[in-house]
Design a protein around this ligand. Sequence first.
Ligand SMILES: Nc1ncnc2c1ncn2[C@@H]1O[C@H](COP(=O)(O)OP(=O)(O)OP(=O)(O)O)[C@@H](O)[C@H]1O
Length: 776
Amino acid sequence: MANEMKPDQNGDQGYITGELLYTIFHNEAEHFSIAKIKVRDTNEDFREKDVVAKGYFSNLMTGKDYCFYGQFERHAKFGLQYRVTSYQTILPNTKDGLITYLSSNLFHGIGKKTAKKIIHHLGENAISSILNKPSVLESIPGLKKENREALVKSLQENEGFEHVVVHLAKYGIGLKMAQNIYQVYQENAVTQLQKDPYQYVFDVEGFGFQKADEIARQNGLSLTHPNRIGAGCIYVLQKSVQDGHVYLPLTTCVRQVIQLLHHASTPLSEADIINRLEGLNKEKKLILYNGNVYLPSLYYAEDGFVSQLKRLMEKPIEHKTTLAELMKIIGEIEEEEVLSYGKEQFNAINQSLDAKITIVTGGPGTGKTTVIKGILKAYAAIYDVSLHPKDYDKKADFPFVLTAPTGRAAKRLNESTGLPAVTIHRLLGWDGNNGFEKGQHDPLTGKFIIIDEFSMVDIWLANSLFKAIPDDMQVLLVGDEDQLPSVGPGQVLSDLLGSTLIPFVSLNEVYRQKEGSKIIQLAHQIKRDTCTKASLEKDKDFSFIPCNEQQMIDCVEKIYKKARDKGIDLKNMQVLAPMYRSQAGITIINKHLQQLINPKTKQKREIKVQDGLFRTGDKVIQLVNQPEDHVFNGDIGEVVAIFEEDENTEHVEQLVVSYDGREVVYERKDCVNIMLAYCISIHKSQGSEFPVVILPVVSGYHRMLRKNLLYTAITRSKQSLIICGEVNAFLRGIRTLDTNIRYTSLKEQMQERLANLSDKQIAEDEAKEITPYDFM
Ligand SMILES: Nc1ncnc2c1ncn2[C@@H]1O[C@H](COP(=O)(O)OP(=O)(O)OP(=O)(O)O)[C@@H](O)[C@H]1O
């Protein structure tokens, strides 16, 4: 907002007014600037002529006067700086100043002569008058329509943001959030806030319900206002998605909304909430179905996924072989592979070739990969197709599609089968804003799709993936049902298994154990609830080092030092922990290991970020999906270069991370998308494997210690596992079931809509009466 008076709008808040001398740093995307200001006036205890101000601004101009509201803080390296929480332009308050301003480069098409005319006609309050009522410009003789419009637009752009910032600051909304808000509503932000602050919760990323509620109170909105109740309902549902729920039962939802909106002066009844939920249902903002409340995107994802299953199951495959032929083919593969498939493995191969959709589940070392390879070979033999992508020219599509939810899992699938494998996002052509390129209208090509690590796939991704599977493609889902469920909503794998409508084979016999692996043995003991203190005795690939929470850092450091002395490649070692913030949490372990493994040297460059720093050579993990760069949540890479502002054409600080040779450039502002990865969370380790895993387990983590979490951590280690911590905490953890049920209705929907189809399949199978394995 143009301020033509002394800056007093923000009461007794600290301010500095002054001329912007020059910008020291500016981040275009975040609108973050650091600038040198020539001080004209201040109510702060500050006597210097210049000050460095920093904060989130729209477009500061050199030579212009501003009033900055904020407070002083001392930067470790740069000393005293003014952290700006709000600001406004001080417009020239003399006629000459205004004429110079309006005829500046900011306003195209307005020269000195026209500027003079405007001020002559509209006076010294010309700018406020134009902003309040643009039509006042029509009274200026000779000012063309396009120039009038351009002037209003530029004024709104230049002054609009500040107007918004000043108003939002009154509600305690900082500059950064103001940026987010401005991006959504532009100059309508303040009107929107006054009309319905609750709308912010839905439209503006990171804007919480409590804040909207607080503002609504200040604006005098009634506690029983329908928008308040509506926002409360949607907010409760949005929160439930973070816990993996697809819906909330009506009674749970109502209870949680009442808890959220409770106010002693105006109690809300269940009927009030139900009424509002019904209203929102009519407005299609949520869906009430079968006594459950859904966010529309989740209702349609579940419903859509069942429709896709139905579509595929309605087109059964045409069998190409007789039992005898299949037996012969499998026998030949056994000879080639020099192994003999176990009964479960044989069934898994046979079932996968026979059914349109099959699920193969099993813990580590039960032969899931062995089965996948067997299926590929058998399919190639039956249908007489090559397993070499090079044998296919442009006219013929490669029949096999191999995919997994994470980059690491896809890479492993590729390495174990020798066939191309990509992430699901890549397969479907993730196009950030517009979703996936592939879908019903542009389906995948090929005849047989294998989706590994399916336990990690949430209902949204499952729906998108299945939409893109053509009618005649066979589907094999592979996963370990005992692992953690997907990070996103739903529990697709366990619901599919629970429905018993999709043919599945569980692999239970452990093969790697026969090679003497204590890790695999331990994993299966945990699974079968037979793990005791005796199971934790030292073995060649396993040790349990006792220590308490205070000793943890020291213990982990000692393990690394010992490994280094033995010449073990430290890159192969990975610490997995359940929590970020604790005395033995991920954050602190990372800081110590960075110091130990990749210490500061003269040659190594560093870039400071909010919680610490990155240094060349650091191991880092990607925290969000960034499909445009082909990096995904959980990918681990290494910082290979750091560039200063004047060393690249973009003139911004850059950090380059190599993910197995593929380099991704991060600007400073994007560094929030990565963190140090010497220690990562067990949740983030899903879908990855490491030669050596170090697993701290202490009672301080007790909130997190659950059977499926520890099972997931243990099964990430391929060669060696070192648990450090308290035996009792570990044993208690593996005996604690994850009681957090996820509300999903996939199983019920499948039973309602697919039961007939599955009956048909069972009848067909029974008609065969004999399974191929019985021939053996
Ligand atoms: N029928 C079999 N006979 C002999 N060895 C087998 C058999 N099945 C699997 N194996 C061996 O057992 C080991 C584990 O098998 P595989 O890698 O297929 O299991 P997995 O379930 O994919 O394991 P993980 O999930 O841990 O990667 C491999 O060395 C494999 O060669």
